[in-house]
Ligand binder design. Sequence first.
Ligand SMILES: Cc1ncc(C[n+]2csc(CCOP(=O)(O)OP(=O)(O)O)c2C)c(N)n1
Ligand SMILES: [Mg+2]
Length: 685
Amino acid sequence: MTAKESTTANDIETQAVDTIRALSMDAVQTANSGHPGTPMALAPIAYQVFNKTMNYDPARPHWPNRDRFILSCGHASMLLYSTLHLAGVKAVDKSGKVLDELSIKLEDIKNFRQLGSVCAGHPEYSEAAGIETTTGPLGAGVSNSVGMAMAEKWLKTNYNTDDEVLFNYNVYAICSDGDLMEGVACEAASIAGHLQLDNLCWLYDDNHITIEGDTELAFSEDVGTRFKGLGWNVLHVDDANDRNALAAAIEKFKTCHDKPTLIICRSIIGWGAPNKQNTHGAHGAPLGWDEIALAKKNYNFPPDEKFYVPEGVVEHFAENVGRRGRDASKAWDEIWAKYQKSHPQKAAELQLMFDGKLPEGWDKDVPTFEASEKGDATRNSGGKVLNAIAKNVPFMIGGSADLAPSTKTELTFEGAGSFLPRQYGGRNLHFGIREHAMAGIINGLSLSGLRSYGSTFFVFTDYMRGGMRLSSIMHQPVWYIVTHDSIGVGEDGPTHQPIEHLAACRSIPGLYVFRPGDANEVAECYRTAMQIDDHPCVFTLSRQNMPTLDRTKFAPASGCSRGAYILSDCDGTPDVILMASGSELSLCIEAAEKLTAEGKKARVVSMPCMELFAQQDPSYIDEVLPPAVTNRVGVEAGIRMCWDRWTGSAGKFVGMTRFGVSAPYDEVYKHFQIDADGIVKAAKG
Ligand SMILES: Cc1ncc(C[n+]2csc(CCOP(=O)(O)OP(=O)(O)O)c2C)c(N)n1
Ligand SMILES: [Mg+2]
């Protein structure tokens, strides 16, 4: 049988599904690395969702009202690449312009997992249009999907009118056993159920296999019952190859109007490979060309032809998702044109959001704080500045993991409101005590165009670090507003006193960590961060008060935009440079006064953001920290790591070397000798 004959022997839908399978097997085998079995098993699901269900225009991958497709089990990346390739999804350049070429070319698939190929080991957002989020860490993708579904609800509530429906998209996520074993997925599912996100559909690959073998080894729960308990609509498809059953289940999802849907699909990993299917051997290793040939025979494909796309398959995708998407996006354009006339102001807001820009005057209400010895906690000034900005940036939304009264992140201006079940217009999100899901959700919101933030105590960044890392990998400008930033927490003791967290956050490439030293530094750090549109930021803010510095005496806080600046100086070359972030800044000022009284020349450098400072011109860095001045003291109520770069090999550090203790905060500081006397001693030592 020739290749041509074999293609006509099958119906085109089955051929399309089998093409996804064959491309995936071939790519993994050629790379000699990857996961073939799951794409083979899930090809019918990806086909059914993408080609037969979604409103998605392959010629406009960034169309705002597109249905979203997320592959949460990112190890099955070839499933996504094959599908996007066959669907004809177009490439998009950095400016957002659609190019006249495929986002994923056959050549890219042939170079799967190789340097420079957009077909990376796991799907990487921004590598290729059509990849809606980076996945790989199990559970992450489904948590993003909840944020995307929330974004749709929020946009719909705030912008649709009775006649003009701009937003009505669904979010589909394929997930695996590993996804559903992860805590973050359960946190995310719990909030999705609570919020009744009926625009969200997870398709669970119930294949009974993970890396070590049968799921019986470690996973015996009744997933369906769990999800029912979480408030989900739970459906079953007994055979993932039964596309009619899949279609019927998806139809039921669409008609369910008060719950998210979980479709539990029984599949066979490596389906079609006679010796490897249904074994964990099909999970993460190439099948071998012999086994691939046998599988292709089963699919009625030419056994030895690699990267074979039967005639008619690409056209078949074009006639389905292509045509449907084109019609839907065209219809949307008409509505959008009408909307721009009928609601010019709202349309202008949306246009800014689509373009990733800020409204004019977004920072016009950012306050300047009066000098005050008593000062304020930076969490308080942070709350004020956040409110001042969010008021003028209508698409900025966020919330806290049940700590808004402590982190001061509630938006209190008129009309801010709360995002609640079936009341989706509010801007205050309530994540409950689910930090990791919060990070995943704010990533999902950001990937949907919103400026998003999440808030908790700094010490609990440990719980959401996976999501923070992904924010940075994906270059999303999400904010982590984390308070109670040091031993300054006081009585709550070592479990609540972050020690190593500044270093841990600074170690994530691309994450800007701000620790402002007074209220005006808060304002300037927020102003600076708001203009960073391709990196996440962390704001670590204090529970305890710190003085609001008199800026007629000290340098202006606008120096924060350079990461570090000379706050106060001496005449001539300093004998010592004292530098600090956050609440320790005022201790340095006090120490400098003492040193000056003793006839020493001291400079104080405020360093709220090391990452920004490191990016400055070397001449500026040398101006702030002249190389000739080697007597330097870094001061921070955290561990020393990160400071040596600035203090140099002769430098000293005043900070923490162990976990904290429970006591009133000023006593804790004294106990660890993080005070002016300790700094003076280090400066002289
Ligand atoms: C958070 C996280 N832990 C561990 C892994 C490594 N890993 C990749 S796939 C996998 C499990 C595979 O089982 P399943 O999720 O059921 O996928 P299947 O083999 O059925 O495709 C593991 C442990 C990971 N990617 N993410
Ligand atoms: Mg599995």
